[in-house]
Design a protein around this ligand. Sequence first.
Ligand code: SIN
Ligand code: FE2
Length: 217
Amino acid sequence: MTRDLFEAVADVRHSREAIADGAVLLRGFARPFESDVIAALHGIIVRAPFRRMFTPGGHQMSVAMTNCGSVGWVTDRTGYRYDGIDPNSGQPWPSMPAAFLKLAAQAAAEGGFEGFAPDACLVNCYEPAARMSLHQDKDERDFTAPIVSVSLGLPAIFLFGGPKRADKPHRYRLAHGDVVVWGGPSRLFFHGVAPLADGQHALMGRQRINLTFRKTR
Ligand code: SIN
Ligand code: FE2
């Protein structure tokens, strides 16, 4: 009886839902890591503040971004790329905090991808109304590694589609502490985020932060 109750509590703390072949939603998985992760995040944004980048088409993104790791994802008028240098500071991106690596590796393993060692973490900051249109993560050289996506702060509707842009996406509500891992057959599936609803989060305030971990090479 006590054991059943104990297991039920553990299940609530982090549940696991398959959302596609190779893709899982791990609800609450990041909660045990949150204080270390949020502290490390503060260190990153002091050195590499959030900025709203421009797409090659000249459109300014509604999501503000920064990076940590040996390379960071950047977009400007010349295109999308991974770059070892933060174009705003001219300095290397902040290194990947140990707490980030640990969370990413453990979540990947839970999703069936042992030994995940990301070299890049794109940090996205959504304020109310910010959104991300459907896209594939395909600027990496290594598609055998999964993508690990950690959500903090305000909840968002995550759109997860299929291999073609026209595939109708399923909608998942991602709350603080939820992690999505996708790889293998779904590594290149289209995904995006619906416009963020306004709100206030006890730990993160009026925003959603998303960490996406990638192995770029
Ligand atoms: C992304 O696809 O880079 C971000 C996804 C998210 O914010 O949940
Ligand atoms: Fe993405």
